[in-house]
Write a protein of this length. Structure first.
Length: 340
């Protein structure tokens, strides 16, 4: 039986990854570490909480003593680090906590991984470390060789962590892998991000705040496809390598918002153009040939199907997101969108 520590498992992608792993590898023991920040939600993990091969530990990944003690107890074979401050707009408002969790937290986990001899440390990174691409060069894509060139405090903190991961590999021989994925969507996505925010606002007949002209392009991937890619990298990926993950599904923000209006039968008059994000990246687009060629990974869910499944999930799980948006989120929303 392998023991896998999954950090940030009460968040969007981490929870979907735990569900995937418990199905795909029922003989593994999964230990989730999560601080339960505003973005972490224990109710998301309800369906696995009582399973024998699952353990939840509320802990900050920057808590050196706590992390060391847990590693000593669990002796993990694999560590997958999803825990992060993940929202670009919040990083523009308050960068400090991004440096703390995303950089110092990563170092803390790697120190424990070294000490207790984990067989694989996997860092969940992002395509945002590559910066952005121009709209008028649709022939350009991010490859693993694209230089790091960050735009926001969020992406800079993720890039800092990536550099540290490669340094631990070279200096100490820590067996690491890094994945850099494009924008995910799917169930349990926190409603501060574009797709769930627009779904929630549409369902509440609230204005749909589109930044700038809505022409920025993102490369959307259904969250399950990301989870399957990480599983493959853990088991068949080469140590010391970076793998880009993305499915050639580029869409403009405005087209996504209009599609959500159509699917929910709401008028496009809800769309409100608001002041642009500072330093707003124009286009992200992943070249996934490495992971396809080496590991045979391809996305399985087409965007038309994935977005319908996602909207259906938000319709059927209203209490999950209504509880979130009724709390501290109200202050966040007023701060972020009130005078925009
Ligand atoms: P999320 O914000 O939904 O979840 C983050 C989780 O980490 C939360 O459960 C939170 O409580 C936990 N956490 C935060 N700080 C912590 C700390 N100090 N100690 C322990 N736990 C802490 O994020 P997400 O969208 O699921 O992203 C997960 C990872 O994937 C991040 O590393 C992010 O950079 C990366 N990523 C996200 C996307 C995307 O589209 N969402 C795409 C590519 C990569
Ligand atoms: O590319 C991967 C990244 O994708 C991850 O590393 C990040 O953790 C994740 O948050 C996401 O970053 P983005 O900034 O691309 O996602 P977000 O959902 O915040 O915004 C998507 C696009 O929509 C972006 O161009 C900004 C725009 N937007 C966003 C919000 C929240 C709006 O126009 N209005 C909004 O209200």
């Amino acid at each position: 039986m392998k023991t896998v520590i999954v950090t940030g498992g009460a968040g969007f992608i981490g929870s979907n990854f735990i569900f995937h792993m418990m199905k795909a590898h029922p003989d593994y023991r999964i230990v989730c570490i999560d601080k339960l920040t505003y973005a972490g939600n224990l109710s998301t993990l309800r369906s696995v909480m009582d399973q024998e091969n699952f353990r939840f530990v509320r802990m900050d990944i920057c808590d050196r003593e706590g992390v060391d003690k847990l590693f000593a107890e669990e002796k993990p074979d694999i560590v997958v680090n999803f825990a992060a401050e993940s929202h670009v707009d919040r990083s523009i408002e308050n960068p400090g906590v991004f440096l703390q969790t995303n950089v110092i937290g990563t170092a803390t986990l790697m120190d424990a991984s070294r000490k207790y001899g984990v067989a694989r440390y996997h860092q969940v990174s992002t395509d945002e470390v590559y910066g952005d691409l121009p709209l008028d060069r649709p022939d350009l894509f991010f490859t693993e060789e694209t230089p790091i060139h960050t735009s926001s405090p969020y992406s800079a903190s993720k890039a800092g962590a990536d550099l540290l991961v490669m340094a631990y590999h070279r200096t100490y021989g820590l067996p690491v892998t890094i994945s850099r994925c494009s924008n995910n969507y799917g169930p349990y996505h926190f409603p501060e991000k574009l797709i769930p925010l627009m779904i929630a606002n549409c369902l509440n007949d609230k204005p749909l705040p589109v930044y700038g002209k809505g022409l920025n392009v993102r490369d959307w991937l259904y969250v399950e496809d990301h989870c399957k890619a990480i599983d493959l990298i853990l088991h068949r990926g080469r140590v010391g390598e970076v793998y880009n993950i993305g499915g050639h599904n580029e869409m403009r923000n405005i087209d996504i918002v209009k599609l959500i209006c159509r699917e929910l039968g709401k008028p496009e008059s809800l769309i409100t153009y608001v002041a642009d994000r500072k330093g707003h990246d124009m286009r992200y687009a992943i070249d996934p040939s490495k992971i396809h060629g080496e590991l045979g990974w391809l996305p399985e869910t087409k965007f038309e199907d994935g977005i319908r499944k996602t909207i259906q999930w938000y319709l059927e799980n209203r209490s999950w997101w209504e509880e979130i948006i009724s709390g501290e989120y109200q202050n966040y929303y007023a701060r972020m969108y009130g005078n925009r």
